[in-house]
Design a protein around this ligand. Structure first.
Ligand code: C5P
Length: 237
């Protein structure tokens, strides 16, 4: 069964532990550790999650000169995470260096973490992109272009809205990973996410992974909410 990736958007490790107490000990989860938690607790929190049997998507969105990103990725790979990411805006040379760093840092007997890129952040409007980044094409074109150079750099996929999956697959290939946040089960509150889709719609559209945060982390019954979303994601309801 495919697992939705739970975004552990908590300020510290203690709150993560408290949250995880809602799940049976033997339930192996796929979780996302982002900047907030990582900059508070460091690699230790990632090691702890892996030791407890969970898979980790380390969402740090690296963007720096190729040499620095390559070296950072070597260290990230040694943590044993399953997925990590960079900004496609860093360019092909940076993405290739990131991939090489991950390959070099992967410990013997382990598989290289999947490497995906952020195209345009979903918080960026077309107007902001054109004015702030001086990119004079449509947002859709920019996203497709970034996906295409991500593919050419040998990366495994992108983070994107489920609504962009079709265009991205056209610009790349059928197996290109489309990891999609902005997922809401039909019943749940939308929060600050503007363009949301349900887990079953994401499945139909062809998302490879879905990331779900608040509908699980803020739920009064996190485990039940998780199971419901997981069922829907697997087409079981
Ligand atoms: O709580 P919610 O389900 O909205 O959380 C979604 C997670 O996915 C958050 O960690 C958020 O930072 C992340 N994310 C997103 N949109 C993107 C990229 C990442 O919502 N385009």
């Amino acid at each position: 069964m495919k697992r939705p990736i739970i975004a552990l958007d908590f300020p510290n490790g203690q709150e993560v532990q408290t949250f995880l107490e809602n799940f049976p000990k033997e339930e192996s989860l796929f979780v996302k550790v982002g900047m907030e938690l990582f900059y508070k607790e460091g690699p230790q929190v990632v090691k702890m999650l892996i030791e407890e049997g969970h898979d980790v998507f380390l969402d740090l969105k690296l963007h720096d000169i190729p040499n620095t990103v390559g070296s950072a990725m070597r260290n990230i790979a040694s943590l044993g995470v399953k997925i990590t990411n960079v900004h496609a805006a860093g360019g092909k040379e940076m993405m290739e260096a990131a991939l090489k760093g991950l390959e070099e840092g992967t410990l013997t007997g382990q598989t290289r973490p999947e490497l995906i890129a952020v195209t345009q952040l979903t918080s960026t409007s077309e107007e902001q992109m054109q004015n702030d980044q001086l990119i004079k094409v449509s947002l859709e074109e920019s996203v497709a272009h970034y996906a295409s150079i991500t593919n050419e750099s040998g990366l495994d996929g992108v983070v994107c809205s489920a609504l962009e999956v079709e265009k991205i697959r056209e610009a790349t290939n059928e197996t290109f990973i489309c990891l999609t946040p902005g997922i809401r089960p039909a019943k749940s509150a939308v929060g600050d996410q503007k363009r949301v889709v349900t887990p079953s719609r994401a499945k139909k559209i062809g998302s490879t992974y879905i990331v779900v945060g608040r509908p699980i982390t803020q739920s009064e019954t996190p485990y039940e909410s998780y199971l419901e979303i997981k069922k829907e994601w697997n087409g079981e309801k």
